[in-house]
Design a protein around this ligand. Structure first.
Ligand SMILES: NC(=O)c1ccc[n+]([C@@H]2O[C@H](COP(=O)([O-])OP(=O)(O)OC[C@H]3O[C@@H](n4cnc5c(N)ncnc54)[C@H](OP(=O)(O)O)[C@@H]3O)[C@@H](O)[C@H]2O)c1
Length: 283
C-alpha cells in the first residue's frame, strides 16, 4: 500500500475493537479500484468520543463506520442524518462532506439484501426476531419497510423489547419474553427466525439461542453472529434442512453500502467477500 500526501482516510470508530473484519474488506476494495485511500481502526474510549469526532473533521477524514457502543451516542455529534439513520435511530456510517458529518445506517440494507436474494414475497413473511439491541433495531425497521406480515420480538428482558416495539407503532409487531415455551409457540407460526443476540458467538461456540427440536425444514434461519461462520444454530438448521443465512452476508452488505456512500463507486463485492472470508478463517 502506497501512502501519499493525498491519501484519503477512512476508519472504524468503536470500543473495544479486538477483532474487526472491516479494515480487510475496505482496504481490499480500495486496492482493487486503485483508490488512494486507507481504512484504519480508531479504538476510542468513551470520554474521548467528542474529541475524536472533532479530530476526524479537523484532519479531513472522509468517512468512518461506527460500532458498539457509539451507534446512538454519535447522533448529536453529527450535522445531518440520512433517512436510513433516522428510521433506525442509530448510525453505523458517517460521510464527511466539506466539513459536514452526515450519518447513515447501512445495517438496514445489510440485513435485508441477503433475504431479498432468496426471492421471497417479504410481505407474506412471519418473522421472529430474538434480541432487542442495536442489531435488532435495524432488522425490525427493515422488515417493517417491507410490510412484513407479522413480527414477533422475543427478548430476555421483556421490558426492553416493549420499549423498543413502542417506537415503531406497527400493528403486526408483538413482544414476548424469551422462554422455551414462548419460543415454541412463536416459531410454530414463523417462516423466518433471526438471532440478533450474541449467543453462539466465539468463544461460546456450542451455545444456541434456539433448541434444535424447535427448528423445521420450512424455516429460514438467519444468524447475525458471524464468528464462527457456522454457529451451532446454523449447524442445527442445516441438519434439519432449513434455509440458512449466515451473519457474514450482512456484514459484507453493510460494508459494501458504506463503500458506495463514501466513494460513489460500485463496491467490488467479490474482492470484499474474499477478504472477509480470509479474515474469518473460511477457505
Ligand atoms: N452480521 C452483522 O453484520 C452484524 C451486525 C450487527 C450485530 N451483529 C451481531 O448481532 C449480535 C447482537 O448485537 P447488538 O449490537 O444488537 O448487541 P446488543 O445491543 O448488546 O444487544 C444484545 C441483545 O442480545 C440479548 N442477549 C445477550 N445475551 C443473551 C443471552 N445470553 N441470552 C439471551 N439473550 C441475550 C440482549 O438481551 P437483554 O435485552 O435481555 O440484555 C439484547 O437483546 C452480536 O453478536 C453482533 O456481533 C452482527
Amino acid at each position: 500500500m502506497k501512502i501519499s500526501r493525498s491519501t484519503r482516510l477512512y476508519g472504524l470508530l468503536g470500543y473495544p475493537l479486538k477483532h474487526t473484519a472491516s479494515p480487510s474488506m475496505h482496504n481490499a476494495a480500495f486496492e482493487a479500484l486503485g483508490l488512494d485511500a486507507v481504512y484504519l481502526v480508531f479504538e476510542v474510549e468513551s470520554n474521548m468520543l467528542e474529541d475524536a469526532v472533532r479530530g476526524f473533521r479537523a484532519l479531513g477524514v472522509r468517512g468512518f463506520n461506527v460500532t458498539i457502543p457509539y451507534k446512538e451516542r454519535i447522533i448529536p455529534l453529527l450535522n445531518r442524518l440520512a433517512s436510513s439513520a433516522e428510521e433506525v435511530g442509530a448510525v453505523n456510517t458517517v460521510h464527511i462532506v466539506e466539513g459536514l458529518l452526515i450519518g447513515y445506517n447501512t445495517d438496514l440494507e445489510g440485513f435485508i439484501t441477503p433475504l431479498k436474494e432468496l426471492n421471497l414475497k417479504l410481505q407474506e413473511l412471519r418473522a421472529v426476531i430474538i434480541g432487542a439491541g442495536g442489531a435488532a433495531k435495524a432488522c425490525i425497521r427493515a422488515l417493517i419497510n417491507e410490510k412484513c406480515r407479522a413480527i414477533t420480538l422475543v427478548n430476555r428482558s421483556k421490558e426492553r423489547a416493549l420499549n423498543l416495539a413502542q417506537q415503531y407503532k406497527y400493528p403486526n409487531l408483538k413482544v414476548i419474553a424469551l422462554s422455551e415455551n414462548n419460543l415454541k409457540e412463536a416459531l410454530n407460526q414463523a417462516d423466518l427466525v433471526v438471532n440478533a443476540t450474541p449467543v453462539g458467538m466465539y468463544p461460546n461456540v456450542d451455545e444456541s439461542i434456539i433448541p434444535k427440536h424447535l427448528l423445521r425444514s420450512d424455516m429460514i434461519v438467519y444468524d447475525l453472529v458471524y464468528r464462527p461462520v457456522h454457529t451451532q444454530l446454523i449447524k442445527d438448521a442445516i441438519d434439519v434442512g432449513a434455509t440458512t443465512i449466515l451473519g457474514y452476508k450482512m456484514l459484507l452488505e453493510q460494508a459494501a453500502q458504506s463503500f458506495r456512500i463514501w466513494t460513489g463507486f460500485e463496491p467490488p463485492r467479490k474482492i470484499m467477500l474474499e477478504a472477509l472470508k480470509r479474515e474469518l478463517g473460511v477457505v
